[in-house]
Write a protein of this length. Sequence first.
Length: 455
Amino acid sequence: MRVRFAPSPTGALHIGGARTALFNWLLAHGSPAPGEERGTLVLRIEDTDRERSTPENVEQILDALRWLELDWDEGPILQSDRAQRHGEVLQSLLESGHAYRSTATADDVKNYKERHGVQQGFRGDEGRAGDQKEGAVRLKVPDEGATVVHDVIRGDTRFEHVHMDDPVIARSDGSVLYNFAVAIDDLDAGITHVVRGEDHLSNTPKQLLVLEALGAPQPLYAHLPLLHGPDGRKLSKRHGAASVQELREAGFLPEAVRNYLALLGWGSDDDATVMSTEELVEKFALERVSRNPAQFDETKLRWLNGIYIRAMPPEELARRLEEFTGREGLAQAARISQEKIQTLADFWPLAGFFYDGVSDDPKARAKWLDEKGRETLAQARTALAETDNFQEESVQRVLDALQERLGCKPRDIYQPLRVAIAGTAISPGIFESVSLMGREETLSRIDSALAKVAS
């Protein structure tokens, strides 16, 4: 099996493109049949859009694939580097009569359809005889019959030739167009399975006609369902992150993203949700990919990412957080925050007060440091000041005893104390936070908070 991922470098790697890359990667890494070798994944950069394709976008795509840990076996191959090969094949089709030059304009095509009917595919008339020496190059489409796309996911789709235009496969300057270049590149790379988005289905018959004109075998196709947002509309930035780079910047883990992307349009026999990459490789099969649109929901991705974070060894989480934030010495704060964060980006708003000092949430101060809250906080300070042992268990005993003595609810003590040391009403566990902050800093922040609300 030889598969390929062939993005266009016209921007960041979209989530839909990342899922296509993942599905191809899973196929290439799947368990081979007895006597067969593991598949090969070819990375090809389809940079035929000369205005929008840039080296910066190419590097951005490669960086996204590396972050997702989706390695490739061959490439990256730049489609633009194969111009000479494309030109040679183009000339052979002209010489064999399977293609012809045409100077037809858009108006010519429109007039042709007005004469023959809008459903009639455009034919280059006299140019098809091969007497035209200039102009763009069109591929001859048979007047009768149909091209049938055999698709693993969608079944057979029939494209009647009578409704197909003779497609332009090269400009008048000799530069080839997408559908021609793709067919030649897939052929030369020995691609056996073309797995790509459903939006490419309409391109497939044109590519098959190129292969047929060359007497070449056709690969097996699988067109993946499109991605929609939770509202049922095509996925876009209004639904949250739309690219791999945005997911990375939002603090998602690559292994969680791989797991979630695999579930968009595919499911295992046992309907499992949380699967390691090894399990995905073992279970993945094109036959279980749905033809219905798949829904990308960032809320569900956050939930799944949280599962991965909570299952991670604390030292590994600390390493990831230090890399993500660019800060060091986060091990202890990472440990006590692990149960409360769903992404790496959630950590600093939750635990940054350990390092950057007390933040300022006026609403939290107004709610929890009112007269009653100040009195409770002052008594908590007195109780904490009487113990030199600031281990988590000791802090809990002190605050539990205070709660029992005051006959109040836990939050009546915890929240004023939390606002005093963090500046907000949200933090890791209060016992763990006070213990990590230590006796001197905790008492100092309580004093500052009481002085501030008293002034």
